[in-house]
Ligand binder design. Structure first.
Ligand code: ZN
Ligand code: ZN
Length: 568
């Protein structure tokens, strides 16, 4: 209900925007102004392109119209009448033609009117907390063969506080954009020579390695066995798995010995071949095969977006082959594993959804019920709240999606657990039951990070570039007041490296303030500052990234502290 109210408010704000535009720039031709997930926009064709200064004027006029508290009314008029009103607006004429029936809606506030099917607040005074955000280009009906328009976007809320929070988050998101931070912190880059393929630099590669190690530790505890399958497999396999028929346009092909091969867009068929390699017994189930599987998918260049949308990435994939009776236990284990792996990253909350049977589906009703109930029961028993996405499952089975909310209050869908009845059937997978009968296993596809690359980008923004100690590519930087302390510093560095920490020594002769500044820019969480006194007393001063300091620590104390800051 509240979500709907917000849509009504925002759509009304779009009318308010159009009203202000028409008063200030009467020649502007209006098109449409819907509410969106984050606010609203209005697309129009102005006489002259809008400038950023115009936004200030338009917003000020919107406030004036809001203050007048003009009632919003809505009535039906005949299409005939509407065509007269809009005789000079080809966009609205096109809309009128497309609306079924003989009548269309007209929204009015004072002397402003707009073609609209309705759903508004009662008067302009109700639209109080809004802001115009930017101007961009758009096309009529989002088709670049059509006329180019100008889009003014804004947002509106019911309270000043919500609006302020939104604006702050938006500024943070711009400031902490992972593409910007990735460059500043020398973590990764993109090059013309491989559009959409990320290049990880030494420091970025360290973080990827820690993410993999962190995950692996938990997978081993949970009984997964790691495999590694080829990057390229024959077309025949992709035809059998159905990827060729459904996903061909996103796949890259090559030829080996005159046979056509595809670079894998998914890891599942590789796992299936490993399963099928020999007869399997019920004693082996659940068989949990994990794979850090590198995949390539062709995405249009227009949708590529830093690490969030790339053409080559690595999935923290795993396939669980089990009996249908084992589904619930495996889902329960996965929910716990997902929580455990994500806990040290400090995401504020998880948003869970269960997608159920779509209209067209394979597998018996009984199987669907068992699988869907297994997902729901496991979530209920784990005390997790979730939403049901009715009918949104894939045709081959239901799934759970795990969204994580980051420090900027954005939800990212990362983890999934997908139940699959299709591939076991399709590849004729089997196991021998305790009664000695050949049975069909169920296959569960699951991931926690989703893609290492995308998860890396999410973390970079979530931590605003300041990785916690255990994830930092450089954990400790040793700084000296003068060059006289370099030898002591060098030994100190070596001691810490021997303990397994990632440590650097600032070898410059810059003043200490300059060294601190540099370490801060590199977002190094700990600095060890060494002066004459520290050398004399065989101690160090520990300075944190936020400026807090601890004096007179022995090296042993620093090692202990650092061990506690690691994530075990
Ligand atoms: Zn309207
Ligand atoms: Zn899979």
């Amino acid at each position: 209900m509240q979500e709907k109210d917000l849509q009504v408010l925002r759509h009304s704000a779009a009318h308010l925007l159009a009203h202000a535009v028409k008063e200030l720039f009467p020649e502007t031709v209006l098109t449409i102004g819907p509410a969106t997930k984050d606010g609203f926009f209005y697309d129009s064709l102005p006489e002259k392109n809008f400038k950023d200064e115009d936004l200030v004027l338009i917003e000020a006029r919107m406030r004036e119209i809001s203050a007048k508290n003009i009632p919003l009314t809505h009535r039906e008029i005949s299409k005939e009448e509407a065509r007269v009103i809009y005789k000079n607006n080809p966009f609205k004429l096109e809309l009128i033609d497309q609306i079924p029936g003989d009548f269309v809606g007209l929204a009015e506030q004072g002397d402003f009117y707009d073609l609209c099917r309705g759903g508004h607040v009662a008067s302009t005074g109700e639209i109080k907390y809004f802001k115009l955000l930017h101007i961009s280009g758009s096309y009529w009906r989002a088709d670049k063969n059509n006329k180019q328009l100008q889009r003014i976007s804004g947002t509106a809320f019911f309270t000043q506080q919500e609006l302020d929070e939104f604006i702050q988050q938006r500024e943070d998101a711009l400031q902490f954009d992972h593409r910007k931070l990735g460059k500043e912190l020398d973590l990764f880059s993109f090059h013309e020579e491989g559009v959409g393929f990320p290049f990880f630099h030494p420091r970025g590669t360290i973080i990827l390695g820690i993410l993999a190690q962190h995950l692996k530790k938990h997978l081993v505890k949970d009984g997964y066995q790691e495999i590694s399958t080829p990057m390229m497999l024959s077309d025949e396999l992709w035809r059998r798995s159905g990827h060729y028929q459904h996903y061909k346009d996103n796949m890259y092909f090559s030829c080996i010995d005159e046979k056509s091969y595809a670079i894998k867009p998914m890891n599942c068929p590789g796992s299936i071949l490993v399963y099928k390699e020999r007869p399997r017994s019920y004693r082996e189930l659940p068989l949990k095969l994990s794979e850090s599987g590198s995949v390539h998918r062709h995405e249009l260049s227009g949708v590529l977006s830093g690490l969030f949308r790339v053409r080559a990435f690595t999935i923290d994939d795993a396939h669980i082959f089990c009996t249908k009776e084992q589904i619930e236990a495996e889902v329960t284990k996965f929910i716990a594993l997902n929580d455990e792996v994500l806990r040290p990253f400090g995401f504020t909350k998880t948003v869970i959804g269960v997608s159920t049977r779509p209209e067209k589906a394979m597998g018996s009703d009984e199987l669907w019920n068992i699988a869907t109930n297994a997902l729901k029961d496991a979530l209920d028993k784990a005390g997790k709240k979730y939403e049901i996405y009715e009918g949104e499952g894939a045709f081959y089975g239901p799934k759970i999606e795990f969204g994580i909310e980051d420090s900027l209050k954005r939800v990212w869908q990362c983890g999934t657990m997908q139940i699959d009845f299709f591939q076991p059937e399709n590849f004729d997978l089997s196991y021998i039951s305790s009664e000695g009968v050949k049975e069909r296993p169920v296959m569960l596809h699951r991931a926690i990070y989703g893609s290492f690359e995308r998860f890396f980008g999410i973390l970079l923004e979530h931590f605003k570039g300041k990785f916690p100690f255990w994830l930092s590519p450089v954990q400790i930087k040793v700084l000296t007041i003068t060059d006289e302390q370099k030898e002591y510093a060098c030994n100190l560095k070596q001691t810490l490296v021997d303990h397994g920490f990632r440590v650097e020594l600032d070898s410059s002769s810059d003043q200490i303030s300059g060294q601190i500044k540099r370490a801060q820019l590199e977002r190094v969480p700990w600095m060890l500052v060494i002066g004459k006194k520290e050398v004399e007393n065989n101690t160090v001063t520990l300075r944190y990234l936020d400026g807090k300091q601890e004096f007179g620590l022995t090296i042993q104390q620093v090692v202990e502290k650092a061990k506690n800051a690691e994530c075990y």
